[in-house]
Design a binder for this molecule. Sequence first.
Ligand code: BJ8
Length: 430
Amino acid sequence: MSDYREMWKELGLDLEAHDQLMAVIPQVYGDVYLSQKNRPEGMSYLDFVMSEIHGLRIKELNDLRASGRKVVGTFCLYIPEEIVLAAGAACVGICGGADWGSAEAEKILPRNLCPLIKSFMGFKLTKVCPYFESSDVIVGETTCDGKKKTYEVLGEYANVYVMHTPQTKDESSRRLWLDEVEKFKGKMEELTGKEIDLVALVKGIATVNAKRAALKRLNEARKVDPVPISGKDALLIQQVAFYDDPARFTEMVNKISGELEKRIADGIGVVKKGTPRILVSGCPMAIPNWKLHHLVESAGAVIVAEEACIGHRYFRDMVSESGTEAKEKLSAIADRYMKLDCACFTPNKERLDNILNLVKDYNVDGVIHYSLQFCDPFTVEYVSVEKAVKDAGIPVLKIETDYSMEDAGQLSTRIEAFLETIKESQGVTL
Ligand code: BJ8
C-alpha cells in the first residue's frame, strides 16, 4: 500500500487518519472472511479487490481522470448507472458502511440520524475515503428526509447534484421521473463534454444489464441446499459490484458462478444440508458492514438472499433493450428504475410481494428484518413486512442496529434464540 501514498496525498486524504483506518480493515477482514472454511476458489479475486480497495482501483480511477474522463459518486440505487457509463464516466458507490468519522459528522448533524448518513458525512469530513475524493460529482437523491437534507450540507464540502425521486408510482410520478432522467443525461453531458447518443446508451444499458445478469446467476446458486457459497461471501460480491470496473466484475462473477454450479453438481456446500436458511430484508449494507451476516452465520445458520439494495433490489430488474431511438432508451431506463421497491415509496406493496417470492424461491426458513437505527422508512415498513411474513407461516425477527459492535453480544443471543425457534418448529439440527 505504501506505493499509493503520493496518490492519496494528491487526492487530499488525511494520511494519518487514513493510515489508522487502513490498519483496522485487514484485521476485520481476516476475522470475518479469511476465517471461513471451504470458500469457493474464485473468492480469491474478491480478497485481492479488498486488499487493493484504496489502492489499485483508485489508481485506475486516477488514470481514467488523467485521460480526461470523469468519476461519478453515488449513494443510492436510483442513480442510473447506464447513463453515467454512456457519458464515458465511471460510477462508484461511496463508502457509508462504517462508523469511522461519525463523531465528526455529529458535530454538524443531529446525533439521532441514520448511521449510513453519518457514515458518509464522516468519511467526507475526516478525508479518509479516496472514492469520495476521486469523484468529480456526487449524485444524491430525494429519497428519505435524512439524506435529502444532508445533501444540502454536503454541498458545502463537495460538488453535489441531486436527482428528485418520486414517492409514488402513478403516471404523473413516472413523468416527473422521466424528466429527472433526461435532466440527469444533460448533467452528465455537461460534466463530461460528451454527447450521449443512441450508441452510447445501448452500450451503457448492455454493460449494466450484463452485470445484473451475472449477479442473478450467482444468486441462483444460493437456491440450492446445501448452499455452495456463504451469505458473507455473496454479500461481499454484491458490495463490490458498486466499486469495480463493470466488465471485469461481470467476468469474475460469471467465473465464480461457474464454480458454484460445479459445486452444486458435485453436491458440495459450505454448510451441511438442512442448515437453517435465512432471508435478510431491509436497509442496505454498504462495505464494510458485514456485522449481521457474520453474527448469523457464526450462530450456525446461512443467509441465502438479501432483499435489499445490496442484494436483489439491485439486480432483479433489467432495462429493456428494445427500442431504436435514444428517447426510447431513456424511457426504458426510467421504467426500470420506477420498479425499485425502496421503503421511501408509498404505498409499497411490491416489496411485500417480492419478499414473499424470495421466501418461496430460496426455500427460506426464517426472515430477519434489518433496519438501521433512525431509518424511519424501513423501521415503519416493518409493520407490514412482519404481518405478510407471519401470515405466510414464516418466523420473522426484527433487528434495529447501527455500525458499532456494542450490541453484538445482545444480537447474538437474540439470533440464537430465533434459530432455536426455527429448529424446534422444523426439527432442524444446528
Ligand atoms: S433505494 S434503500 S439506497 S434510499 S438507511 S439513508 S433510507 S434513513 S439507504 Fe437507500 Fe436508495 Fe432506498 Fe436503496 Fe435513509 Fe434509511 Fe438511512 Fe437509507
